[in-house]
Design a protein around this ligand. Sequence first.
Ligand SMILES: Nc1ncnc2c1ncn2[C@@H]1O[C@H](COP(=O)(O)OP(=O)(O)OP(=O)(O)O)[C@@H](O)[C@H]1O
Length: 250
Amino acid sequence: MPKLSVKDLNLFYGDFHALKEIEMEIEENKVTALIGPSGCGKSTFIRSLNRMNDLIDGVTINGELYLEDQNIYAPDVDVVSLRRRVGMVFQSPNPFRKSIYENVVYGPKRCGVKSKSKLDEIAEKSLREAALWDEVKDRLQQSALGLSGGQQQRLCIARALAMEPEILLMDEPTSALDPIATSRIEELIEQLKKDYTIVIVTHSMQQAARISDKTVFFLMGEVIESGDTQLIFTSPSDKRTEDYVTGRFG
Ligand SMILES: Nc1ncnc2c1ncn2[C@@H]1O[C@H](COP(=O)(O)OP(=O)(O)OP(=O)(O)O)[C@@H](O)[C@H]1O
C-alpha cells in the first residue's frame, strides 16, 4: 500500500485553480521530489499533505488524500495528530529564539512529556538522527540562533523528528544554504529515508536527480508526469518534462 495516495485533489485560492485533479501515490521509505517551474503549485501541494493550507483564508480543497487508509480531509480528522504524523521543514531555517535543547523538545513538551530524562533522551536521539549531535552536545543550552544556517536547518529537522513523524515534508530545505551545508542535508536525507517517507520540493534538478527515488513534475497546477527519478531524467515520456529537466523550459 502506498504511504500517501492522492485522488482527484483540487485546490482553489478564491477563484484561482491552483491544483488541478492531482493523482499521486507516494511510497513509504522513499524520497519523492516535486519539481517544476516557479508558481506551478509545488509548495501548495506539499502543504496540502499535512493540511497546512487550512490555515490560509479563502482556500477550498476537494478530493481525497489518504495517509495509509485514512482520508486526511475527512471531517473527523484531528489535524494536530495528523501534523504529528506528517512533519514539515521549511525553506529558510526557522529555529525558535530558545536554546538548542528547548528547540528540539518543544513539540514533545507541548504534547505533555514532562520527565527530564525522557526529554533528554528525545533531544539526543533527534539530534543524532539529524546528524547534529556531535556538533552541539557541549552547548545544548546555548541559543539556537548562534548556529550556522546549515546547523539551524538540521536543528529544524531534529525538531521535526522529535515528534516521531512517519512522513517528513521538506519545502526547498537547502535553498538558503551554501554547497557544503547543502550536501550535508542531502546525505542526511539519504539516511533518514530508512525510517521515514520523505517528500521534498526542490528547484535544483541536480538535487532531485541525486537524492530522490521518485520525481513528480508539476506545470501550472497539474501533474504532467511522475515516476522513477532515473526515468524522468533520462527518458521522460512528455515533451514538457523533457524540456524542463534538460533546462530548455521557458
Ligand atoms: N496564499 C495564496 N493566495 C493566493 N494565491 C496563492 C497563494 N499561495 C500561492 N498562490 C498561487 O498559487 C500558485 C502556486 O503557488 P506555489 O507557491 O504553490 O507554487 P510553487 O511551485 O511552489 O512556486 P515556487 O517554486 O516559486 O515556490 C501561484 O500562482 C501562486 O501565486
